[in-house]
Design a protein around this ligand. Structure first.
Ligand code: CIZ
Length: 303
């Protein structure tokens, strides 16, 4: 049985030999966050992938994130250590059904959350993340109809914040959508001093009860800057590891026991080592799709 003590030096040596960079999403296992060159949300990681001179990117996250890195950095080798690490939310929208929905509407501007496949991004006008969705919607002329894909809860939140009417796709994140108002009441009862932070992928009735609604990077910034000492966190548990690391004196409680994304947790140290050794599994995007998806990502990055 390999231990972390065996694996970490092996990974470090392979990373050097391959001129590789290891990127980890906040929802990854603690040991993956610890060996990463950079830990961030999907947007920060894709920017990092595009803006450094590594030849190989080991993307410790889920498939759509590695795809975004491949779209932005076509000359680099992008590795996803386990191809089964997909995002169920991203899989709730397909390119063919998006084309059909667009045809039913009045030439809508398609805003697709980054949690979508490259094929769906290629059918979209502009992408957004939970960190910039409000700004992206505000950039669209008020007379245009907007189709927001695929997260209905994030869409409802952004519609409320911007006062825009959005046509929502019926997708949802299985982790965030499960949270219930009763869990917020119970957590507040147990930890009366704590502030409640939730992700905008939660249902509107949960969002309405929070002290702060933010993306992963927004939540992290908030806990770092806040004078409060205790926080109840309504997003995937991996983020609390990063919060505890950056704010050792503060306390973080999960809003529910069920806040674990199983596909994020498929990435392990042995798989990172194997990916670096074999330069597989690689994520590539066909050039025609890549160019169209890139347009949607670049419009977002320009905002
Ligand atoms: O964009 C991301 O990284 C995700 C999935 C969530 C967030 O709030 O950052």
């Amino acid at each position: 049985m390999e231990t972390f003590d065996d694996l970490v030096p092996e990974i470090n040596e392979l990373r050097r030999q391959r001129k590789a960079i290891i990127l980890s999403h906040y929802y990854q296992r603690p040991e993956i966050q610890d060996i990463a060159d950079f830990v961030g949300d999907s947007l920060e990681l894709s920017r990092k992938a595009a803006s450094n001179d590594a030849e190989v990117i080991v993307f410790c996250g889920v498939h759509f994130m590695a795809e975004s890195a491949a779209i932005l950095s076509p000359d680099k080798i992008v590795l996803l250590p386990d191809l089964r690490a997909t995002c169920p939310l991203a899989d709730m929208a397909g390119a063919a059904s998006l084309r059909s929905r667009k045809a039913e509407l009045d030439s809508p501007v398609v805003v697709s959350y980054v949690n979508t496949t490259a094929d769906v991004k290629a059918e979209s006008d502009i992408c957004c993340t939970s960190a910039n969705a409000i700004r992206v919607i505000e950039s669209i002329p008020p007379e245009r109809q907007i189709l927001f894909v695929p997260d209905r809860n994030l869409g409802a939140y952004v519609a409320k914040q911007t006062g825009r009417e959005l046509v929502l796709w019926p997708g949802f994140c299985c982790i965030h959508d499960e949270l219930e108002p009763g869990e917020v009441f119970e957590a507040r009862r147990r930890y009366p001093e704590a502030l409640v932070l939730v992700h905008p992928e939660c249902r509107p009735e949960v969002v309405a009860l929070a002290d702060k609604v933010a993306s992963t990077s927004g939540m992290l910034r908030f806990v770092e800057e806040s004078d409060a000492r205790e926080f109840i966190i309504g997003t995937e548990e991996g983020l609390t590891y990063q919060m505890s690391k950056r704010c050792p004196g503060k306390k973080f409680y999960l809003l529910s026991n069920g806040l674990v994304c199983d596909t994020m947790k498929l990435i392990t140290l042995p798989k990172v080592r194997d990916a670096l050794k074999n330069l597989e599994p690689r994520i590539t995007v066909p050039e025609h799709t890549r160019r169209r998806a890139l347009r949607a990502l670049e419009r977002m990055l320009a905002i």
